[in-house]
Design a protein around this ligand. Structure first.
Ligand code: ADE
Length: 365
């Protein structure tokens, strides 16, 4: 027998019913409606052909998948990183689909005890994919269990207690780990080194998002014209998850206030109503920029100070709000803290201070 009855590594029946942990950052994005998983699953692309954007990543993945099929070996372990909502989970599901295998989805905070990760590893069938979201939050013990599993498809189990403790190496089925993180830098070196493919997900261009909006609207039977789709695209923080939520809001608005068709005008009114501005910024984004301008003369100011003043935690500011503000050229990170750019003053209607010459190229230039 591998486990003694009181062995904490023994997987319980409960552990086999894996559930996706709620992702806190999802509550904190631009639209504060409840996250509708069923809705997102309906419109989620299932194949690479349906998936819009991330061109170079898609090419890399297609080649790796084909090679693994030809060699009859599992796909290399993959790490996806980048801001939330860009499609890390969607891609993992597509990979499983394209490989013709199943996927088990979990999140690092759900793998608190050794038996959580051991239970999952031992339950995997050959060739299956294990998706671990927020992998940078994996604890040290879970990480150490994962190392031999990733390298040699085996785990080290301990049995017995104190003086009689024994370790034995047990094989697990060959599998592919797909890790996802918003913070690649927070991953330990040894864990990062065990991934064969490491790829950053990029923000989407307005044209890519427009295509995504039109595709989703079609699936949802929502009527939308090209300009309406572009209006939503431009105000979605370059993020498909947000674009897909805004279609719903714009569709509701168009139905109640007009004939149901999403046009540039109805999309514009619907988004204004949600306090989402022309660059896709919401109240918190604007509050963050205004705080730096009004209280700190444009910066630099430390993220800790901003977090306290805004009542947000540092992680949310760094992972959810900042990536888009940096990418759109409104904010800069310097060694001494955060600084707003000339464009931020302009966008929020402030007079640009004399001598400020920190203009940035942004997403929309
Ligand atoms: N829905 C969410 N992300 C998508 C993408 N990249 N392509 C198509 N539809 C999507």
């Amino acid at each position: 027998m591998i486990f003694s009855d009181n062995d904490e590594n023994k997987p319980s029946k409960k552990d086999k019913n894996l559930k996706k942990m709620p992702d806190k950052t999802k509550d904190l994005e631009a639209v504060s409606t409840e996250f509708d998983e069923t809705y997102e699953k309906t419109i989620r692309p299932k194949t690479f052909d349906e998936y819009i954007g991330q061109k170079s990543l898609k090419e890399t993945l297609k080649i790796s998948i084909e090679a693994s099929k030809k060699r009859n070996v599992p796909l290399d372990h993959l790490l996806f990183y980048g801001p939330p909502g860009l499609g890390k989970t969607t891609l993992a599901n597509i990979i499983a689909n394209e490989c013709g295998t199943d996927i088990k989805i979990t999140s690092a905070p759900a793998l608190e005890r050794p038996r959580d990760i051991i239970g999952i590893l031992m339950s995997l069938k050959g060739g299956e994919i294990l998706f671990i979201d927020e992998i940078h939050r994996l604890n040290k013990v879970a990480e150490e269990i994962l190392y031999p599993a990733m390298e040699d498809f085996s785990i080290d189990l301990t049995t017995g207690k104190s003086q009689t403790v024994k370790t034995m190496r047990v094989p697990v089925q060959k599998f592919t780990l797909i890790g996802a993180t918003t913070k690649a830098g927070a991953l330990s070196g040894p864990l990062r080194d065990r991934f064969g493919i490491i790829h950053r997900l990029e923000f989407y261009t307005p044209t890519e998002l427009q295509k995504i909006v039109k595709r989703s609207a079609k699936i949802l039977n929502a009527e939308i014209d090209d300009e309406g789709a572009m209006e939503i695209a431009l105000r979605s923080r370059a993020t498909p998850r947000i674009a897909n939520r805004l279609i719903k809001r714009a569709g509701d608005y168009a139905l109640v206030k007009s004939d149901g068709k999403i046009t540039k005008k109805t999309a514009n009114l619907a988004l204004n109503n949600l306090n989402i501005d022309a660059l896709g910024l919401d109240n918190t984004d604007r509050a963050l920029l205004k705080l730096i301008i009004e209280k700190y003369n444009g910066g630099p100011v430390g993220v800790e100070t901003l977090a306290v003043a805004l009542g947000e935690d540092i992680r949310t500011i760094e992972d959810v709000y900042e990536p888009y503000l940096l990418q759109s050229g409104l904010l800069m990170r310097t060694l001494r803290g955060r600084t707003v750019t000339k464009q931020a003053y302009e966008h929020l209607g402030y007079k640009i201070p004399a001598g400020l010459d920190n203009g940035q190229m942004g997403l929309f230039d």
